[in-house]
Design a protein around this ligand. Sequence first.
Ligand code: SF4
Length: 441
Amino acid sequence: MKFYIETFGCQMNEHDSEKMDHLLQTGGFELAKDTIDADVIIVNTCCVREKAEQKFYSYMGRLKDLKIKQGKILGITGCIAQLEKEGIKKRLPFIDFSLGPSSIHKITEAIEHAVRKTDFLDFSENGYHPSAFVTPENKNNGVKAFVTIMKGCNNFCSYCVVPYVRGREVSRESSDILNEIKGLVKKGIKEVILLGQNVNSYNKANNDMSFPELLETINGIDRIERIRFVTSHPKDLSIKLIHCFGRLDKLCEQIHLPFQAGSDRVLGLMNRGYTADEYIDKIAQLRNCCDDIAITTDCIVGFPGEDKEAFDKTMELIQHVKFDGIFSFAYSTRRHTAASALPEEVPKEVALERLRHLQEVQKAITLKKNRSIEGKIVEVLVEGTSKNSEEEITGRTRTNKIVNFKGKRDMVGRITDVHIVKGCANSLKGEKPKIKEARYA
Ligand code: SF4
């Protein structure tokens, strides 16, 4: 039987799809090239933003005919499955199965039920299954791998559905994580990216290793060249963790630290647990330990109660911090969240205009930062061939910037120095340096 997985949403979802892909391929299923070629279609869903949810329902409308006319098996997994629970069968009566994010290890069981023409609906809350943590062997690019270290979230930011759909925080045992990484190293992996909804609160409630201790231990593993982690919450960014930057040689000089808003009043309404000054202070501490650290962030505009003054504070923070990049969004109401009951909705056109302005300002900051690297020699881990040219290969700097430069495929997996000749909006253009210098960006 052939299967095809369509994924909506974030990195966690991509990773979950990889796990299902691995479970199915090792369970005797074959990967189809598209939905037409597939016997089983799995749609891995996301409801963190309204747009992703709308895209999912319109995609399901398109799949309905294919399912009915060609008798394919059609199932959904992920956040929308968890949020809608049994109600999903009312809305999409033609689906065969529906699994919440904590139940994806049951994917083959769900398909077996569908073959026997019995519904399979499973929405275990906060289920812990060791296989849900393991990185599938067949789905890394041979150079870097994501390693899930925790799942779920206890923060209940007022706009976010994650604690409702992914459940409360569960940290994976450190010994399992370290064994997985040692196994990845044997397969030639050079970079590990530790993954979790709130990665820096790893083991906060347990006596097992703390997050800084985990980083330190991974740093000591032979042949691992680079370590990154995503996503961090500012309130859980401890001094001990900040000091890991600049102290642990394999920990890359890069952090993604969502600030969301620059107004303390809005941050309070969002239940973020820090003020703008506290956030700025953490940035200063990070730059104190590691002055060339690249910082990216998330930001929401048009949150209920965000007046002009509050938005101006967001822009002030952006101008002050000068992020390397921002993932910015206009607020959209999510069912079940505390923010959905907040008054003072910001009109959509106002929110979109604020978003446009913010993105324009940030675009100039990012470009300026990328241009400031022109002329420097940077260390690049080559990840593959470039999408734009067969003659070019592509990789990332330690600060997580994409670099494209002329080179051969046999460079993939190697770390090399590259001379940056041009800083572009979203990447850097480089060439192999003639003389090696000891300066890195
Ligand atoms: S920290 Fe807040 S935004 Fe992030 S997953 Fe948890 S509740 Fe959602």
